[in-house]
Design a protein around this ligand. Structure first.
Ligand SMILES: [Zn+2]
Length: 430
């Protein structure tokens, strides 16, 4: 165990991490600084409603607005961790439901937590498992206590409650974890939406209570930061309570209920807030309306996370509304189906028109795929059902999303609010 120590005067929490993801450990006091850290958020610049910020987590600093690729089972399908680092991925999302079923939280915990297990030294966020329980299980049974569901792998019966979700997420050891919520279906009438929202609020209180009582159980054990290296990268371990639990605002497609959910979730108190229950089949204009009308009730000094969105156009739009964090399976899933996002619009690489196209996939993209391969080759790989097609397509799509967000951050940095969207969308449309 690390002995409790008194903070040194002038020990600025952000000082060690400015501009670096993993600075080398200098001495014992540096190690101590990390032990005393938990997630912190600073806004550096605004342009209209958009914000440029820094989110400091136990496993690195994140520039926001940030796009978080989805690594469902501790893997972004088809792309290795070294390439994700090269692409500039700052934070990955892991799915609690999938990791709980396979390989299981006990296995991950014994192996030192998700970071160590998947050799990923940067930040990780896990969802609560709720969304998959609701979307993948038609036979689920919901009660005040929690949700009984069947595994999509073998049909076995399982039970998630707020406490169970926290126990699993603490065991997985992501930097940011999410309160257990009920994702209200669409469409739903007002009474049903309100009842669902009320239960999510009660579950948020239970999530926070369990988290506060058990967060010290996170598998970042040990007191020797400097000795922790893995696969050539520094993987700091932590002995303090350094995970952060974010709350989730629900309320369906009802503006008044969204407001009430936001205010009452804030009353419970979290270091960050997510807007959940979107992208569940509603029209896009309604998604935007709900995001906009919820954000106005969220505290300005806390990170805002919109879950499960969206297209390149949408992530730019949400950033312009003041969203700081977003995740979506779209770039990776679409890539595996041969659908590629480019500066000139969407490209379906399977089409015969590309069979003899010697040009790069996207002349304005500097990713390793566009620098090296032709459209004809990518089309051939896809038509031949080669594994490499999925790898290369995913690398490009992720690169496109991450570049898009870089441009958004640059626009905010320049403070050009009026040109914010125009800068991004000056590209020719297909
Ligand atoms: Zn590219």
């Amino acid at each position: 165990m690390v002995e409790p120590r008194t903070p040194r005067p002038g020990c600025a929490p952000f000082a060690f991490a400015q501009g670096k993801l993993h600075p080398p450990l200098q001495d014992d006091s540096d190690c101590y600084n990390r032990h005393s850290m938990s997630t912190q958020f600073q806004i550096e610049k605004t342009a209209g409603a958009a914000r440029l910020g820094r989110l400091l987590t136990p496993h690195g600093e994140i520039e926001t607005p940030v796009f978080m690729p989805v690594g469902t089972v501790a893997s972004v399908k088809g792309v290795s961790q070294d390439i994700l680092e090269e692409l500039g991925v700052q934070i990955l999302l892991g799915n609690t439901y999938h990791l709980y079923l396979r390989p299981g939280v006990d296995t991950v915990r014994k192996l030192g937590g998700l970071h160590r297990f998947m050799a990923w030294p940067r930040a990780i966020l896990t969802d609560s498992g709720g969304f998959q329980v609701f979307s993948l299980n038609e036979l689920r049974k919901v009660s005040e206590e929690g949700v009984t569901f069947r595994s999509h792998l073998d049909g076995s019966s399982h039970f998630f409650s707020p406490e169970k979700s926290m126990e699993i997420q603490i065991g997985l050891g992501a930097d940011i974890i999410m309160a257990f919520d009920e994702c209200t279906e669409f469409p739903a009438d007002r009474a049903r939406t309100q009842a669902s929202m009320e239960m999510t609020l009660r579950w948020a209180e239970r999530s926070k209570k369990y988290f506060e009582e058990h967060k010290h159980e996170v598998p970042w054990s040990g007191n020797d930061c400097a000795s922790n290296t893995h696969a050539g990268a520094a993987v700091p371990t932590w002995s303090d309570k350094t995970q952060s639990l974010f709350g989730i605002v629900q309320g369906g497609m009802d503006r008044a209920l969204r407001k009430e959910s936001a205010l009452r979730t804030i009353e419970i108190g979290f270091p960050g807030y997510a807007i959940g229950g979107l992208s569940v089949g509603e029209p896009r204009e309604l998604t935007r309306e709900m995001v906009e009308s919820t954000i106005e009730h969220l505290p300005a000094d806390k990170p805002r996370y919109v879950m499960g969105v969206g297209t390149p156009e949408e992530i730019v739009e949400y950033a312009s509304l003041g969203v700081d964090m977003m995740d979506c399976v779209l770039p990776t899933r679409a890539a595996r189906h041969g659908l590629l996002f480019t500066s000139e619009g969407k490209v379906s690489i399977k089409q015969a028109r590309y069979a003899q196209d010697q040009g790069p996939l996207d002349a304005n993209c500097a990713c390793r795929v566009c620098r090296r391969y032709s459209r004809a080759y990518l089309r051939h790989l896809y038509a031949s059902n080669e594994v490499l097609a999925q790898v290369l397509n995913t690398v490009h799509n992720l690169s496109f999303y991450l570049d898009t967000m870089r441009r958004v951050r640059h626009s905010i940095q320049l403070g050009e609010a009026s040109r914010f969207l125009a800068d991004i969308w000056s590209r020719p449309k297909p």
